[in-house]
Design a protein around this ligand. Structure first.
Ligand SMILES: *[C@@H]1O[C@H](CO)[C@@H](O)[C@H](O)[C@H]1NC(C)=O
Ligand SMILES: *[C@@H]1O[C@H](CO)[C@@H](O)[C@H](O)[C@H]1NC(C)=O
Ligand SMILES: *[C@@H]1O[C@H](CO)[C@@H](O)[C@H](O)[C@H]1NC(C)=O
Ligand SMILES: *[C@@H]1O[C@H](CO)[C@@H](O)[C@H](O)[C@H]1NC(C)=O
Length: 225
């Protein structure tokens, strides 16, 4: 049943298709007849041809206009992008020899020195010794350390009075976030290595990591005043 119906449909639809495919040959047939008739028909045919050419011409110009429009649109995009790219480097660029990690620029020292020296060196670079926000950041930093034996001071040492680990920003270490391996005896400071974070005598010579936070630059034009 289904097949028969399909066949009938095909037959029906083929008829008009064949007819509609014949017009290209139509002018030839129509353009022949009595002389005056022929002339009129020829004029008519010329008209049809001119009309066709006009339609083609119009379509081409429409396509051309559209292309022009899309070119203009894309050039606006480019401008906007350029605007963004000219602004973003100021926000996201780290100084030479500093490495971008999330919203921070990090400086890995080549030299080794005491924790106190490291603290002072970072401050001369208008930065501070590294503070870890979370274990993920610790892992990121560890993955940037090229050699296992490289040890880097971070901004964490033991307070004399409370004998507690204290970040150089004044906050005490949350022991649930980072665990320090080693003694917490007097004059202890903390370094990071590819294998963990450890305490060591602050007078030991280690490399160190400074950080600069990338603060989004406030756009004065956007604040409106
Ligand atoms: C480019 O940036 C400036 C200032 O931030 C802004 O006023 C302007 O509208 C921006 N231009 C475009 C095309 O986004
Ligand atoms: C580091 O410097 C501070 C003062 O700037 C001092 O109190 C402390 O003893 C020094 N630590 C070491 C290990 O030299
Ligand atoms: C100090 O740094 C630690 C570690 O990044 C952070 O958890 C703490 O919130 C910071 N404290 C202040 C007052 O910024
Ligand atoms: C620990 O760091 C603080 C700054 O956060 C500093 O004043 C203090 O002298 C340091 N302790 C030692 C033993 O270096």
């Amino acid at each position: 049943m289904d097949r028969q119906v399909t066949y009938a449909d095909l037959n029906l639809s083929r008829g008009p298709c064949l007819e509609s495919s014949s017009p290209p040959s139509l002018p030839q047939d129509i353009c022949q007849g009595p002389p005056w008739h022929q002339l009129a028909l020829k004029l008519g045919c010329t008209g049809v041809i001119l009309l066709t050419l006009t339609v083609i011409g119009l379509s081409i110009s429409v396509i051309f206009l559209r292309q022009n429009l899309s070119i203009e649109e894309s050039s606006v995009d480019v401008q906007e992008n350029r605007n963004e790219t000219t602004e973003k480097p100021d926000l996201l660029k780290c100084p030479k020899d500093w490495r971008l990690l999330r919203e921070k620029c990090l400086f890995f020292s080549l030299a080794s020195n005491t924790w106190n020296y490291s603290l002072a060196d970072c401050s001369t670079k208008e930065s501070s010794l590294l503070l870890f926000q979370d274990p993920e950041e610790l892992r990121h930093v560890q993955s940037l350390i090229p050699k296992k034996e490289f040890l880097f001071w971070i901004g964490l040492n033991l307070t004399l009075s409370e004998k507690k680990w204290k970040w150089i920003n004044g906050s005490f270490l949350n022991p649930n976030v980072l665990r320090i391996v080693g003694y917490n005896k007097k004059n202890s400071c903390v370094y990071v290595s590819p294998t963990g974070i450890f305490s060591e005598d602050c007078d030991t010579d280690n490399k160190w990591i400074c950080q600069k936070e990338l603060q989004p630059v406030r756009n004065k034009a956007c604040s409106g005043s």
